[in-house]
Design a protein around this ligand. Sequence first.
Ligand SMILES: Nc1ncnc2c1ncn2[C@@H]1O[C@H](COP(=O)(O)OP(=O)(O)O)[C@@H](O)[C@H]1O
Ligand SMILES: [Mg+2]
Length: 289
Amino acid sequence: MGEEKAIIRLKNVTKIYKLYENDRKRFFGIFSKHVPYKEMYALKNVSFEVKRGESVALLGRNGAGKSTILKMITEVAYPTKGTIEVNGRVSALLELTSGFDMELTGRENIYMKGQLCGLTNSEIAEQEDAIIKFSGLHEYIDQPVRTYSSGMRARLGFAINVNIRPEILIVDEALSVGDAAFRKKCRKKVDKIIREDNVTMLFVTHSAKTAKEFCSRGIVMVKGKLVYDGDIDSALEEYKKRYSKKKKKATPNEETTAPDGSVPAATDLPAPAAAEKAGQDPVSVPAEQ
Ligand SMILES: Nc1ncnc2c1ncn2[C@@H]1O[C@H](COP(=O)(O)OP(=O)(O)O)[C@@H](O)[C@H]1O
Ligand SMILES: [Mg+2]
């Protein structure tokens, strides 16, 4: 499928976060080397390539490094060692509602986000109606975004991100936004752009069903290391195997209420990370050591 050239290339990428005891120490740590900190390896020597048109699922438990990979591809974070190459327009469904200007209307935000993604005003104008239609916001589109509910913001965010003709679509469990009908619409749309526009997708999900639905390839992460990269079925097998080996106690399907009130996606894999909110940085957590 597609050309041979890699659209995303990670080469020996290591990401180390410095963990300080508290914010005060974090602050002084900027100026002095003598403030003690712990090194937290979020990624250890990770290398992989994604070709144009491929859909790749990133699988792994909470803390495995999936979001860190996505953040680097979207240039929200940078590698400590190694290199990342991205050769296309990235559209990230990481934090759907981030980057909105609350005082501007929905319509104005469509233009703002479109420009941020490198589109000209006339290119955005071509997509404007489709975005508004997809969001289902109708006349609310000309109200300030601060008056929207969180569901309305998520819908607008999704509508913009999938309609600006992305070349690379980055999805971090975002297909679980909104009500069932809207989720279905999102899935259909993502499916369509993958098939018709030859979009490249990197996808974090805890649902085997969703992963299989959208991805032909899977990468399994364990504690910052890439441990498996192959076709989606064997990657899911590998993920399940690794999870069941390490399982401490069985707590299946306990986590049904997401903190933001959204309905969790159909989860047929153990999802210790279900409560984890996509894209949130636990800045000064003394992480699992
Ligand atoms: N901004 C940050 N500061 C410190 N540690 C972080 C930060 N972001 C992530 N981490 C740590 O890096 C590891 C990988 O996190 P993450 O990429 O979010 O994993 P995943 O998305 O697979 O759950 C975790 O142990 C997490 O606590
Ligand atoms: Mg994550």
